[in-house]
Design a protein around this ligand. Structure first.
Ligand SMILES: [Fe+2]
Length: 373
């Protein structure tokens, strides 16, 4: 499905009018609400004279229960449309509210998760305020129910319209800025080597890798050009994972975030800087049906997209970027290593092109969190 991208401030008013919105539920995290950018969103809605209801009752790694509270507010206020302003959590919460709003019942005891998602026509606008998650391009939403991660999937989660405006990134902290960029970078790389990759997804990956590296400096210096390009690159990386899903880097990084509190993109970069190198050394363990020559070629292609001559120099460049960004690797105890190696669901590794078992995962975690890659 082709998504319409709007970038100008006036585009918001047009979207509201074109979709006949009367009462909008605006899903937005608290930190974004202190920004000028958010004020501009509110002013844009106010210009149209329609009613807006703010839903902010969620945190990062959102719980199912908060999506139920969002649905209650949506129904109680008779909302007819949804706007998500924020990073991955706000967008994923809004996706779930959209899907659940027209379901049966009140969602108690996980009831919405048991029902089939029937696509609806609720107008849905997504405004990302980080260049990382790519959730604005995907059919996935991640929420937590009973302490377990739930990936809720529907084609109808892909918003028909997104608003990409570089002003949204102006107030990001340096750590958030770096970590979200590395999330997008990891999406592009993991998608590239995924067993599900297609010609189309590889093109998205290649384009995203090139753009991320081309505009990294400007983006880190918070220039308008750098911010605009990084937003686009993260969106393109989102389109790649929408086709392929992510691989071992993401399967392994979630527990690092929950144990050590690193940002998601930081944890994903920790894992992938080791995985890339390890995969080059272990092409013989390839499980991609296209074969090990194909995998080796793909790893080289990733290096070339990074402006390097082959996979080896690409993997080295990844490690160098990690160092330049001054990310650290938390130190784990043996008990934590045990927790880490048993946390990775092997089924979630099925998209990864090289065979991984618990023993290898343990070795990798020791490299990921140890001082030597
Ligand atoms: Fe991610």
């Amino acid at each position: 499905m082709d998504q319409k991208i709007i970038a100008k401030y006036t585009g918001l008013d047009c979207w509201i009018r074109e979709n006949g919105c009367r009462r909008i539920l605006l899903v937005c995290g608290r930190s974004v609400q202190n920004t000028k950018f958010f004020q501009w969103i509110l002013d844009g809605i106010a210009r149209t004279g329609i009613e807006v209801f703010l839903f902010e009752d969620f945190k990062s790694n959102p719980q199912y229960e908060c999506t139920v509270r969002g649905v209650k507010l949506f129904r109680r206020e008779g909302c007819d449309s949804l706007i998500a302003v924020g990073g991955g959590s706000a967008i994923d919460v809004a996706k779930c509210i959209k899907a659940f709003a027209e379901m049966e019942g009140d969602g108690e005891d996980g009831d919405f998760l048991q029902q089939e998602i029937i696509p609806n026509t609720i107008p849905f606008l997504v405004v990302p305020t980080t260049a990382g998650t790519g959730s604005e391009a995907t059919r996935y939403a991640v929420i937590y129910f009973d302490g377990k991660k739930q990936s809720v999937t529907s084609e109808s989660f892909i918003p028909k319209t997104i608003l990409l405006n570089s002003d949204a990134l102006k107030t990001l902290s340096m750590y958030q800025r770096k970590a979200t960029m590395m999330d997008a970078f990891c999406h592009s790389i993991e998608s590239f080597w995924s067993v599900n990759s297609t010609e189309e997804s590889r093109e998205y990956s290649r384009e995203a890798i090139e753009k991320i590296l081309e505009y990294m400096d400007g983006y880190l210096q918070n220039t308008e050009e750098g911010n605009a390009a990084m937003l686009r690159a993260a969106y393109t990386a989102g389109k790649a994972i929408n086709i392929t899903q992510t691989t071992a880097g993401h399967a392994m990084c979630y527990k690092i975030t929950s144990l050590f509190g690193c940002a998601h993109g930081h944890a994903a970069a920790l894992c992938n800087r080791v995985l890339y190198l390890w995969m080059i050394e272990n092409v013989d363990k390839c499980i991609d049906p296209r074969g090990k020559e194909y995998l080796r070629h793909t790893l080289d292609e990733i290096g070339k997209a990074m402006g390097c001559k082959n996979a080896e120099s690409g993997a080295k460049k990844f490690i160098d970027i990690f160092e330049v960004l001054k990310f650290d690797a938390p130190a784990a105890t043996e008990m934590q290593y045990q927790e880490l190696r048993t946390s990775v669901n092997p089924i979630r590794l099925k998209n990864h092109p090289v065979m991984l078992d618990e023993k290898i995962i343990d070795i990798l975690y020791h490299r990921i969190l140890g001082s030597c890659v």
